[in-house]
Write a protein that binds this ligand. Structure first.
Ligand code: PLP
Length: 232
């Protein structure tokens, strides 16, 4: 038996509230993004019925099918976040669908976005993704290049991001012989970099680590499996 979505959602919201309180922060400063990627339609429908209005997706095409086709009639008031890597050839489609793109991480993509802005007159809200663990397989700009990237966005492209996003290295107690990395230092680093660049929002924390992320100032937590159950 799977837990009803309304119950898992209430449980997550309670945990956010408790952790915010413990961290001396207003819970209203923390936005729960329900990560609906690879979830069956019945679970999405259940989630929509709870009143959840903020959703995250990692693939443009999958998200288009879900939110402009299957659930097109529900799209109106929702806030959709792209949290997966964005190819430049999908930039226009992504801008049309999403309210927020969290994965701006390179100049080539900034150029593509500016082109969309020239055509459409506006852009979605933007976060810059930082590869805090400097992992080769992961998207995101590396920390040492962040300050100059933000400066370039502002001065060359006229883009003002509203925050930073990160996905720390997978944390398991021991990976073979090697201890995994705890996420805390990655969250602390993202917080510090946002501060240094005058950016107010921090998208960090997933099912396994949204509570420590709240300690380090997360304003957006991206929770998938803990809300919906395992992905398809
Ligand atoms: C899938 C995904 C999530 C949600 O992961 P869960 O562990 O299921 O909560 C959050 N952020 C990003 C970028 C993801 O791709």
């Amino acid at each position: 038996m799977t837990t009803p979505i309304s119950i898992s959602r209430t449980a997550i919201l309670d945990r956010i509230q408790a952790r915010a309180k413990q961290a001396n922060r207003p819970a209203s400063d923390i936005c729960l993004i329900a990560v609906s990627k690879q979830q069956p339609d019945v679970r999405i429908k259940e989630m929509l019925e709870t009143g959840q209005s903020v959703f995250g997706e990692n693939r443009v095409q999958e998200a288009q099918k879900r939110w402009t086709d299957t659930f097109a009639d529900k799209r109106g008031p929702l806030e959709l976040h792209l949290i997966g890597p964005l190819q430049t050839n999908k930039a226009a489609d992504a801008c049309r669908l999403f309210d927020v793109i969290q994965t701006l991480d390179r100049e080539k993509l900034a150029k593509a976005l500016v082109k969309v802005r020239d055509n459409e007159g506006e852009l979605p809200r933007l976060f810059v993704q930082v590869n805090t663990g400097e992992e080769l397989q992961k998207a995101g700009i590396i920390p040492s290049k962040l300050d100059s990237f933000i400066k370039t966005l502002r001065t060359v492209y006229g883009i003002e991001p509203e925050g930073l996003m990160c996905i720390p290295p997978a944390f398991t107690q021991y990976i073979g012989q090697h201890p995994g990395q705890a996420p805390g230092p990655h969250f602390a680093l993202l917080n510090k970099m946002a501060d240094a660049n005058g950016l107010k929002n921090l998208s960090m924390g997933m099912s396994a680590d949204f509570e420590p992320a709240i300690d380090f100032g997360a304003t957006h937590v991206r929770v998938g499996s803990a809300l919906f159950g395992p992905r398809l």
